[in-house]
Design a protein around this ligand. Structure first.
Ligand code: PGA
Length: 256
């Protein structure tokens, strides 16, 4: 059965000392309070990742993720980071397709498909992020947009490769805005995504795929969101920067 997952995406926040303190505090509280098999992932900035990985080594309920990788394996790309480098420090995951990468760094469907391939080749599981803009939902295009994002960047994979992907549905209008999708809106979209995967890859792959929700998820709304049958956890931005808030979100599974 699919895994429950909460991933904290720090974005471009936290210096080294702040980051180490956040991880140490969150690990301590989560290990004290959690009584379920939730996987907690820290997606820190690249520069802290190897040190975060050292803190979590030996704990099967924690993992690290990079926030991005380059779409080529290696080469003359000054300032970029390759999937093989991320894997070599012990990280298991990489965010691909976050809306901020799509918007500010012009990452399109084809580039994201290449990033997915290079991540998988290098034994990283992509956490593939996607979701519609505000105008697209207002014009009732959200299902079409989401289906197209999946098709263009993921549906070239075979079922075995796809089964390594974690999905993160993040409506862009909900990211960092304080406007969360209602549990009903999120569940409706997650059910649509799962049925779309079933059509493409079959029932077993669809049932086993973890689909996270992201966009202003916080300690107050996490439990209701995570209680929905097709929501398997969250990708958390702002609320992952405070150890107490992040822990409350992770442990909200305890009472579901
Ligand atoms: P937010 O960000 O929780 O601050 O809305 C979520 C994300 O961008 O992954």
């Amino acid at each position: 059965m699919r895994r429950k997952i909460v991933a904290g995406n720090w974005k471009m926040n936290k210096n080294y000392h702040e980051g180490m303190e956040l991880v140490a505090e969150a690990m301590h509280m989560i290990n004290d309070e959690l009584n379920t098999e939730v996987l907690t992932i820290f997606a820190s900035p690249f520069i802290h990742l190897a040190n975060v990985q050292k803190l979590i080594n030996g704990y099967s309920n924690f993992a690290t993720a990079a926030q991005n990788c380059h779409h080529e394996n290696s080469g003359a790309y000054t300032g970029e980071i390759a999937a093989s480098m991320i894997h070599s420090i012990g990280a298991s995951y990489v965010l691909i397709g976050h809306s901020e990468r799509r918007q500010y760094f012009k990452e399109d469907h084809a580039m994201l498909a290449k990033k997915v391939d290079v991540a998988l080749e290098n034994h990283l599981s992509p956490i593939f992020c996607f979701g519609e803009l505000k105008e697209e939902r207002e014009n009732a295009k959200h299902f079409e947009v989401v289906a197209n994002q999946l098709k263009e960047s993921l549906y070239h994979l075979d079922a075995t490769a796809f089964s390594k992907i974690i999905l993160a549905y993040e409506p862009v209008w909900a990211i960092g805005t304080g406007l969360t999708a209602s549990p009903e809106q999120a569940q409706e979209m997650h059910a649509f995504i799962r049925s779309n995967i079933e059509t493409q890859f079959g029932k077993e792959v669809a049932v086993n795929c973890s689909i996270l929700y992201g966009g202003s998820c916080n300690p107050q709304n996490a439990k209701t969101l995570f209680s929905q049958p097709d929501i398997d956890g969250g990708l958390i931005g702002g609320a992952s920067l405070k150890s107490r808030d992040f822990t409350t979100i992770v442990t909200s599974f305890n009472s579901i």
